[in-house]
Design a protein around this ligand. Structure first.
Ligand SMILES: Nc1ncnc2c1ncn2[C@@H]1O[C@H](COP(=O)(O)OP(=O)(O)O)[C@@H](O)[C@H]1O
Ligand SMILES: [Mg+2]
Length: 245
């Protein structure tokens, strides 16, 4: 749990470090990025391109901009595919350094579509410390591997809650993130505390990373963002087909 919160906070952390960042909200049924990012203006159409709204230095596209509030829409497989395609092809992203995709719960269809549009995509798995969550996250990782999206790291969320007594309480257990990372043979990129302010920041469009930059959670997001931008930096890929003779 915490995929969307982690996506949004990492996005604003990367933006604050000087990168150009976009977020695609690929959760068609349970979209939440516009609210969490506080990006609630609608996209603007210019020259057949959708110009996505932005806030806190992060641009964002979401199905939430296109469906009337509170209305349930049934998406068939091909429509889902088409919506994602448009998010990637018809939106003016302006060459971002990072395009973060907030995935829906579960796996399946969306991962498959994305792997076709973003063949060089990379996956970061968010998990909580207890074994049950770890199993779910492991399944997502297995799905990513099936569609050839490499898993690059694990982020553990809700790792502890610090009480008024200053003690850390491991409400959801301990060790799950590291175990999953070991199992997938990737690094555990960081651990995020359980803090009410993180939820509040999501509810009011003021991510904690921006709202309380000195907090433990904000510092953890900044550190994870730095690791992703430096040590995990995507390698430049040179295609043989583009070789100049
Ligand atoms: N570390 C955390 N501390 C406090 N609340 C959190 C934390 N991570 C997530 N939440 C809250 O839990 C709820 C679910 O998180 P969300 O990011 O939407 O998860 P997902 O995208 O995986 O469904 C949200 O209300 C969010 O604000
Ligand atoms: Mg979500």
């Amino acid at each position: 749990m915490g995929k969307s919160s982690v996506t949004v906070n990492l996005a604003v952390a990367l933006a604050s470090q000087g990168y150009k960042v976009g977020v695609v909200d690929a959760d068609i049924y349970g979209y939440s990025v516009p609210r969490m990012l506080g990006a609630d203006r609608d996209p603007v159409v210019i020259d057949n391109m959708l110009v996505p709204p932005s806030n806190h230095g992060v641009t964002c596209i979401s199905i939430g901009y296109f469906v009337p509030e509170g209305q349930a829409i049934i998406w068939r497989g091909p429509m889902l595919h088409k919506a994602l395609e448009q998010f990637l092809a018809d939106v003016f992203w302006d060459e971002p350094d990072f395009l973060l995709i907030d995935m829906p719960p579960g796996t399946g269809d969306i991962a498959l579509s994305l792997s076709q549009y973003l063949p060089r995509g990379e996956v970061f798995v968010v998990t909580t410390p207890q074994p049950a969550a770890q199993k779910v996250a492991a399944l997502s990782a297995a799905m990513a591997a099936k569609v050839n999206l490499p898993v690059k790291g694990v982020i553990e969320n809700m790792s502890w809650f610090t009480g008024d007594d200053g003690k850390r309480y491991e409400i959801f257990g301990a060790g799950g993130g590291q175990e999953l990372a070991d199992e997938l043979d990737v690094p555990l990129l960081g651990q995020l505390p359980l803090v009410p302010e993180l939820r509040e920041g999501g509810d009011n469009g003021n991510p904690i990373t921006i709202a309380q930059p000195d907090s433990e959670a904000a510092q953890a997001f900044q550190a994870i963002a730095r690791r992703i931008a430096t040590e995990m930096k995507p390698k430049k890929v040179f295609s043989a087909a583009l070789k100049v003779n």
